[in-house]
Ligand binder design. Structure first.
Ligand SMILES: Nc1ncnc2c1ncn2[C@@H]1O[C@H](COP(=O)(O)OP(=O)(O)OP(=O)(O)O)[C@@H](O)[C@H]1O
Ligand SMILES: [Mg+2]
Length: 136
Protein backbone atom coordinates (compact mmCIF):
# COMPACT_ATOMS: atom_id res chain seq x y z
CA UNK A 1 0.00 0.00 0.00
CA UNK A 2 1.75 3.12 -1.22
CA UNK A 3 -0.82 5.87 -0.82
CA UNK A 4 -3.93 6.67 1.14
CA UNK A 5 -7.21 5.12 0.10
CA UNK A 6 -10.38 7.02 0.86
CA UNK A 7 -13.84 5.50 0.80
CA UNK A 8 -17.00 7.55 1.21
CA UNK A 9 -19.53 5.74 3.39
CA UNK A 10 -23.14 6.50 2.53
CA UNK A 11 -24.84 3.12 2.43
CA UNK A 12 -24.32 -0.54 3.23
CA UNK A 13 -22.81 -1.08 -0.24
CA UNK A 14 -19.94 1.20 0.80
CA UNK A 15 -19.27 -0.94 3.88
CA UNK A 16 -18.47 -3.86 1.59
CA UNK A 17 -16.21 -1.63 -0.55
CA UNK A 18 -14.28 -0.36 2.48
CA UNK A 19 -13.93 -3.86 3.87
CA UNK A 20 -12.65 -5.12 0.51
CA UNK A 21 -10.12 -2.28 0.17
CA UNK A 22 -8.84 -3.07 3.64
CA UNK A 23 -7.87 -6.54 2.55
CA UNK A 24 -5.45 -5.41 -0.19
CA UNK A 25 -2.79 -3.58 1.86
CA UNK A 26 -3.06 -6.12 4.59
CA UNK A 27 -1.98 -8.84 2.17
CA UNK A 28 1.51 -7.37 1.95
CA UNK A 29 4.48 -8.98 3.73
CA UNK A 30 4.30 -8.80 7.50
CA UNK A 31 0.59 -9.39 7.71
CA UNK A 32 -0.74 -12.92 7.71
CA UNK A 33 -4.09 -14.25 6.60
CA UNK A 34 -5.50 -13.92 10.10
CA UNK A 35 -4.48 -10.24 10.31
CA UNK A 36 -6.17 -9.56 6.98
CA UNK A 37 -9.42 -10.97 8.28
CA UNK A 38 -9.19 -9.08 11.58
CA UNK A 39 -8.48 -5.75 9.87
CA UNK A 40 -11.35 -6.26 7.41
CA UNK A 41 -13.72 -7.10 10.26
CA UNK A 42 -12.70 -3.98 12.22
CA UNK A 43 -13.19 -1.79 9.14
CA UNK A 44 -16.57 -3.36 8.61
CA UNK A 45 -17.72 -2.53 12.17
CA UNK A 46 -16.68 1.13 12.14
CA UNK A 47 -18.07 1.60 8.62
CA UNK A 48 -21.36 0.03 9.68
CA UNK A 49 -21.52 2.35 12.66
CA UNK A 50 -21.23 5.31 10.28
CA UNK A 51 -24.22 4.04 8.29
CA UNK A 52 -26.21 3.02 11.37
CA UNK A 53 -25.54 6.01 13.62
CA UNK A 54 -24.23 8.90 11.50
CA UNK A 55 -25.67 8.18 8.02
CA UNK A 56 -22.54 9.26 6.19
CA UNK A 57 -18.82 9.63 6.65
CA UNK A 58 -15.59 8.23 5.31
CA UNK A 59 -12.89 5.65 5.87
CA UNK A 60 -9.27 6.56 5.12
CA UNK A 61 -6.60 3.85 5.07
CA UNK A 62 -2.93 4.80 5.15
CA UNK A 63 0.33 2.90 5.23
CA UNK A 64 2.48 3.42 8.31
CA UNK A 65 6.13 3.06 7.32
CA UNK A 66 9.26 3.20 9.46
CA UNK A 67 7.21 4.81 12.23
CA UNK A 68 9.75 4.72 15.04
CA UNK A 69 12.73 5.00 12.73
CA UNK A 70 13.32 1.38 13.59
CA UNK A 71 11.33 0.06 10.67
CA UNK A 72 8.05 -0.41 12.51
CA UNK A 73 5.25 -0.42 9.95
CA UNK A 74 1.61 -1.21 9.60
CA UNK A 75 -1.71 0.18 8.51
CA UNK A 76 -3.82 3.00 9.90
CA UNK A 77 -7.57 3.22 9.44
CA UNK A 78 -9.44 6.43 10.20
CA UNK A 79 -13.24 6.38 10.31
CA UNK A 80 -14.80 9.80 10.59
CA UNK A 81 -18.21 11.36 10.37
CA UNK A 82 -19.99 14.56 11.22
CA UNK A 83 -22.96 12.77 12.69
CA UNK A 84 -24.60 13.17 16.11
CA UNK A 85 -21.53 12.13 18.10
CA UNK A 86 -21.46 9.99 21.25
CA UNK A 87 -22.34 11.48 24.63
CA UNK A 88 -20.53 8.90 26.76
CA UNK A 89 -17.69 7.25 24.87
CA UNK A 90 -16.66 5.02 27.79
CA UNK A 91 -20.20 3.63 27.92
CA UNK A 92 -20.30 3.12 24.14
CA UNK A 93 -17.07 1.13 24.36
CA UNK A 94 -18.64 -1.40 26.75
CA UNK A 95 -19.73 -4.78 25.44
CA UNK A 96 -23.48 -4.91 25.03
CA UNK A 97 -24.13 -1.16 25.07
CA UNK A 98 -26.26 -0.07 22.12
CA UNK A 99 -28.66 2.80 21.59
CA UNK A 100 -30.29 1.03 18.64
CA UNK A 101 -31.05 -2.46 19.91
CA UNK A 102 -27.88 -3.74 18.30
CA UNK A 103 -25.69 -6.27 20.07
CA UNK A 104 -23.40 -3.46 21.14
CA UNK A 105 -20.28 -5.36 20.14
CA UNK A 106 -19.12 -3.22 17.20
CA UNK A 107 -16.88 -0.71 18.99
CA UNK A 108 -15.37 -3.02 21.62
CA UNK A 109 -14.95 -5.68 18.92
CA UNK A 110 -13.06 -3.34 16.60
CA UNK A 111 -10.81 -2.27 19.47
CA UNK A 112 -10.05 -5.85 20.33
CA UNK A 113 -9.25 -6.77 16.70
CA UNK A 114 -6.73 -3.96 16.21
CA UNK A 115 -3.44 -3.12 18.00
CA UNK A 116 -4.34 0.50 18.68
CA UNK A 117 -7.73 2.16 18.87
CA UNK A 118 -8.52 5.78 19.65
CA UNK A 119 -11.95 7.35 19.55
CA UNK A 120 -12.83 11.02 19.81
CA UNK A 121 -16.43 12.13 19.69
CA UNK A 122 -18.34 15.28 20.38
CA UNK A 123 -22.11 15.59 20.54
CA UNK A 124 -23.39 17.55 17.56
CA UNK A 125 -20.00 17.48 15.83
CA UNK A 126 -19.23 13.87 15.01
CA UNK A 127 -16.93 10.97 15.67
CA UNK A 128 -13.39 10.10 14.62
CA UNK A 129 -11.83 6.69 15.21
CA UNK A 130 -8.15 6.00 14.53
CA UNK A 131 -7.12 2.33 14.50
CA UNK A 132 -3.71 0.80 13.81
CA UNK A 133 -2.40 -2.67 13.15
CA UNK A 134 1.36 -3.31 13.19
CA UNK A 135 3.21 -5.81 11.06
CA UNK A 136 4.80 -8.65 12.99
N1 LIG B 1 -20.20 6.85 14.37
C1 LIG B 1 -21.05 6.93 15.41
N2 LIG B 1 -21.81 8.04 15.59
C2 LIG B 1 -22.66 8.14 16.63
N3 LIG B 1 -22.83 7.17 17.56
C3 LIG B 1 -22.12 6.05 17.43
C4 LIG B 1 -21.20 5.86 16.36
N4 LIG B 1 -20.62 4.64 16.51
C5 LIG B 1 -21.15 4.11 17.61
N5 LIG B 1 -22.05 4.95 18.19
C6 LIG B 1 -22.79 4.74 19.45
O1 LIG B 1 -22.12 3.75 20.20
C7 LIG B 1 -23.00 2.67 20.49
C8 LIG B 1 -22.19 1.39 20.50
O2 LIG B 1 -21.69 1.07 19.20
P1 LIG B 1 -21.47 -0.46 18.81
O3 LIG B 1 -20.98 -0.54 17.41
O4 LIG B 1 -20.60 -1.07 19.87
O5 LIG B 1 -22.93 -1.10 18.94
P2 LIG B 1 -24.16 -0.99 17.94
O6 LIG B 1 -23.73 -0.34 16.66
O7 LIG B 1 -25.28 -0.32 18.67
O8 LIG B 1 -24.53 -2.49 17.71
P3 LIG B 1 -23.73 -3.58 16.86
O9 LIG B 1 -23.34 -4.65 17.82
O10 LIG B 1 -24.70 -4.02 15.83
O11 LIG B 1 -22.53 -2.91 16.28
C9 LIG B 1 -24.05 2.74 19.41
O12 LIG B 1 -25.26 2.12 19.82
C10 LIG B 1 -24.20 4.25 19.21
O13 LIG B 1 -25.02 4.81 20.20
MG1 LIG C 1 -22.09 -1.04 15.61
Amino acid sequence: METDSQTAINSSVDIVTARQRGRAPALEPGFNGADVTLIAAAISEVARNIVDHAQRGEIVMSPLNNVTGGGKSGIQIVARDEGPGIRDVAQAMQYGYSTRKGLGVGLPGAKWLMDEFDIASEVGRGTTIVMKKWRR
